[in-house]
Design a protein around this ligand. Structure first.
Ligand code: 5RP
Length: 224
């Protein structure tokens, strides 16, 4: 089973948690792509839910699968949020933001009591940090913000894409921060967030107790 198959399997499994009448937060990324497709099939069969997307990309995929969308002008609390992650450790702490949607993802995940994270086995790690930590920053003065972040012990690289500097859906920049090993994610998150110019970090601390992992050996999805 390749990584895409594993993503598909865990995404399909997560959709079983969605019940009629729910308002559901829809995460971002390639694992969520499969979840949204599967949800679209369930909607065709008559499932009645509303979604809040965590990115413009997810909103586009949701619309093309006829998933009704809503927003925080109509809803305060979400019944369920499903999202991928870049790394998950044994204490359920996460690195997210590989797709650049970390700010909206954190706002949405913060609005539920049931945040389900879906990953393939390669993302379950002993210690966070091999994946470069995405940090969303204000464009003005990003160089000085980057230097302050680097003083915490990393190398910070401005994210680029084919059009030049990568812009988030909120018109901010992303710094990908190479800490190598993050021994105390909670403290690092606090230290980063206290730097002027930092909007949000990709460290999701104590936000979930439910992680679904798909394994290639057993072919199974296991709940952590
Ligand atoms: C986007 C994210 C994604 O959930 C994370 O990057 C995982 O993506 P994928 O499912 O494509 O591996 O945090 O900001």
């Amino acid at each position: 089973m390749n990584q895409d198959d594993l993503k598909k399997r865990v995404a399909y499994e997560a959709i079983n948690y969605i019940k009629d009448g729910m308002v559901v937060g829809l995460g971002t990324g390639s694992t969520m792509y499969y979840a949204i497709q599967s949800l679209g099939e369930r909607i065709k069969e008559g499932l009645n839910i509303k979604g809040i997307p965590t990115s413009e990309k997810t909103a586009e995929w949701a619309r093309s699968n006829n998933i009704p969308l809503t927003d925080f002008s109509e809803v305060n609390h979400l019944d369920l949020v499903i999202d991928g992650a870049d790394e998950v450790d044994e204490n359920f702490q996460l690195i997210k933001g590989g797709g650049g949607a970390l700010l909206r993802e954190k706002i949405v995940a913060n609005a539920t009591d049931q945040f389900i994270v879906i990953i393939d086995e390669s993302k379950y790690v002993q210690i966070l940090g091999e994946f470069k930590l995405p940090v969303e920053v204000v464009p003005f003065g990003w160089e000085v913000t980057a230097r302050e972040i680097e003083a915490l012990g990393c190398n910070a690289t401005l994210r680029m894409d084919n059009n030049g500097i990568f812009l988030t859906d909120n018109d901010h920049y992303i710094l990908d921060c190479d800490f190598k090993v993050i021994n105390n994610p909670e403290k690092l998150n606090q230290d980063l967030i206290s730097i002027v110019g930092v909007v949000e970090t990709g460290l999701f601390i104590n936000m979930t107790r439910k992680v679904l992992i798909s394994y290639s050996n057993s072919g199974k999805v296991i709940e952590m």
